[in-house]
Unconditional design. Structure first.
Lengths: 474, 474
């Protein structure tokens, strides 16, 4: 008698865990079986030199970097940023040369300046009295008789296509623990304004109103209130749906209610005009938040040997980032705002690339980092609040900590991600997402939409390489 | 050969659906098997007369009631409520007798008035100049020489322990489609104020400030703005975390920013005092929302034969509700605020029962109905946002529609439940939940917490019985 050949027994059920391409998991699921998909990708997009670098920076050099990062994050998370002054740029900015325009983003030659920023520069040139008209501004901007300087060199941050001359009022925001001071212009407001790439008479008048009315009135107010804690307001803002980048309305309104007694006490000459400006500007708080983020980042940058990103800025042509402890700017081309909603008749083909210094907000736990708390941001995403949560979680995957001050009720009261680690960015090939407005590429019509921009990976890879090389500038 | 007895084959798995007591489902789950629990309870708590009534009202009489309800809900959902005036109660309220105090909730004799409302009445008596001190107010309140009238008789709604005299300024809010007008006093603000059951000199001064400064200043503002659409503001408020009952801060701030030009243009005499009052009052919008809800409810009440609740009011002793088409008030004892958070050193034992006319907000899709959108409400619930969603969903189970104007981003952009159907309330034994403040029961210290109150079932059962009887008053 021969033993029967044992029958091949197929398992009753299979449990599949699939790494990488979801195609295989999908096929299993199509046949009615469960499959767990793990979103794994080859690190650093498979670039061998970057993988080698990461092995160093996450290996033998990790302890030193992590220690530096801990201090950087402590500063990013715990800085107190106090609005202490508002005065013309030429008064507050040290060594600002005459006949200079400050602009957002990295350094750029006039010939490379994008259309909306050119228009903004022309409007500022007329407002400064250097030209009679925007047409007359062009040649003196082109021939170098008006100097163009990136605002970051003056510890100044400017949203969207901002350009300001020496007479424009700027806020001064101090971080006393770090002895740092940062600046931002007064927000120009929505609509027909130069920071949105408009150069109309109304846009120029607004610059004059800021200089002649809003600046002096704000100075009156600050004389009466004393220093104002900006992040304490922002922390309340993220509880009421502001990401404090794309949406700052809740925080703006809160600040205005707080300042009501000082506004009511302003001199007759200017009070009404200032009130009308402020009433029509739900974006007022944006520039204050940016200056607070900048004074914070300046403190964090005093720490050496860190892999944390402390600056992201764009001029509509190029995109620059910086790491704590370094003065080097790593530059790539500015990307389009890829996930966006447009006003009727506009679309990606008519839009300027990502622009402005406001991406500094994403580095202190605001903007894209706070998306999960913002129905307004969700409104720009196809999947609504679920997509907004995904955006914050993506940010968490490249950050080393959670904010102790910016808590999101709709994200289980977790703190927003803070401390973008260039190692994680490069390893996961996932850069920060920025909530932002979109400007027309060429027509001068101004804002045409809003959405989410993804920072370009190239400058993060360059920063990682520099960190790996221990470059001379750090 | 005999056929073998077939073996008893036990099933490989069981699927359990359990109705009612979850005990059985829990036992199955404890043994590792799945069980679906259906939260079924015997209708109307098993009271036979109510079950019989429901069979009528959901059976042969359902079509007529549903038709009436559809019109009631259309009105509750689509009314436009315009703030058109602010002036002393004696100017705006028709046939208001002299030496009368209006108070929140159902009619009540002085001897039954709860402690915080007594203090509020004393403060109003002094502010009216009818007594020199709160001590002197007591005898004239007790002997009837000052008349007490429930505010609802004058189409007026008043939050918490409000009591006002004829000189107090009230808002007039019109619903032009219905030809209705409702009133509410100007909000007294947080802290040491009479509507929180305080009778201190500061509380009395605040009543005088409202009369002498805030009322006239608001009149100036309205003269300049023209009518203000209250629900359009509230609709923006629910998008930024206001339930527009317990929390009205976002909507208040928005309104203040809108009114900034008018505030700046106020006369010197009063502008500063008014600005200080408004700046310190995040609750300002509450009374406006209440008056808007009331003018809406008055329109809805013109429909006969409906089972929709159009009034819920409490005086801290009794709780009254009314159905559309009826003038009858169904009264029960006012309950404690059962789910609550207290200030340090206070608790349920030191708290007054649920009080104020503000529960009208829950009937138009605000307050508890909007809890799922409000991190501030969630902060008072042990389970946070999940509990807030449960609260809104409970409200949905007793409502016949969803608001087309109050949409909650955190509830998949669904409209808040609107149209509380007394049939569903009685059948499910589930009354509306109200977000509210809590006052001290006896010490005169004012607010001691906030939380969620559950309306008493007895008045809803009485309303159902009246509806079933087709009572003479309808």
């Amino acid at each position: 008698m021969t033993e029967p050949t044992p029958a091949i027994v197929l398992p009753d059920e299979v449990s599949v865990v699939n790494l990488g391409l979801s195609l295989f998991a999908d096929a299993v699921r199509d046949q009615g079986a469960p499959a767990q998909q793990v979103d794994w990708r080859i690190p650093a997009d498979g670039q061998a030199d970057l993988v080698d670098l990461l092995e160093q920076l996450d290996g033998p050099r990790a302890a030193a970097i992590d220690e530096a990062n801990a201090e950087v994050v402590r500063r990013l998370d715990q800085s107190v940023a106090l609005l202490v002054d508002v005065a013309p740029a030429q008064t507050l900015l040290r060594d600002l040369p005459e006949r200079t325009l400050l602009h957002c983003g990295p350094e750029i030659a006039w010939s490379d300046v994008c259309d909306p920023l050119r228009r903004s520069m022309r409007a500022a040139t007329v407002a400064e009295g250097w030209a009679e008209s925007v047409e007359e501004a062009d040649p003196i901007l082109a021939d170098g008789s008006i100097r163009l300087e990136p605002s970051y060199r003056y510890d100044t941050v400017m949203p969207m296509a901002s350009a300001i001359g020496p007479s424009a009022p700027v806020f001064a925001v101090d971080n006393r623990d770090g002895g740092t001071r940062a600046f931002a212009p007064v927000n120009q407001g929505p609509g027909e304004t130069a920071w949105f790439g408009r150069e109309t008479p109304a846009a120029i008048s607004r610059l004059e109103l800021l200089r002649d009315v809003a600046g002096p009135m704000l100075r009156h107010i600050l004389d009466s209130t004393g220093p104002i804690d900006i992040f304490s307001l922002a922390a309340q803002g993220v509880q009421i749906g502001d990401d404090v980048h794309m949406r700052t309305q809740g925080t703006t309104n809160l600040l205005i209610r707080n300042l009501l007694p000082q506004i009511a006490a302003l001199p007759d000459d200017g009070r009404g005009e200032f009130a009308a400006y402020l009433s029509g500007n739900h974006l007022f708080f944006l520039n204050l938040a940016m200056a607070a983020a900048k004074t914070t980042a300046l403190w964090a940058e005093q720490v050496e040997g860190s892999s944390i990103v402390t600056m992201m800025c764009r001029n509509g042509t190029t995109y620059g980032i910086r790491l704590a402890g370094s003065t080097e700017l790593f530059v790539a081309a500015s990307p389009p705002v890829a996930e966006a909603m447009y006003y009727p008749d506009y679309g990606p083909e008519t839009s300027a690339p990502d622009i402005g210094d406001s991406a500094i907000l994403e580095l202190v736990g605001l903007g894209g980092a706070a998306a999960a708390g913002s129905p307004a941001v969700a409104g720009f995403l196809p999947g609504g609040m679920a997509d907004a949560v995904t955006m914050t979680e993506r940010m968490a995957s490249i950050c080393v900590a959670e904010s102790t001050r910016f808590k999101l009720p709709t994200w289980n009261d977790r703190g927003t991600p803070v401390g973008v680690d260039v190692r994680r960015v490069v390893e996961l090939d996932a850069t920060p997402k920025i909530t932002t407005g979109i400007l027309h590429a060429s027509s001068g019509v101004g804002q045409v939409g809003a959405g989410v921009a993804t920072a370009p990976i190239e400058c993060f890879r360059a920063a990682l390489r520099s960190l790996g090389a221990g470059s001379s500038s750090r």
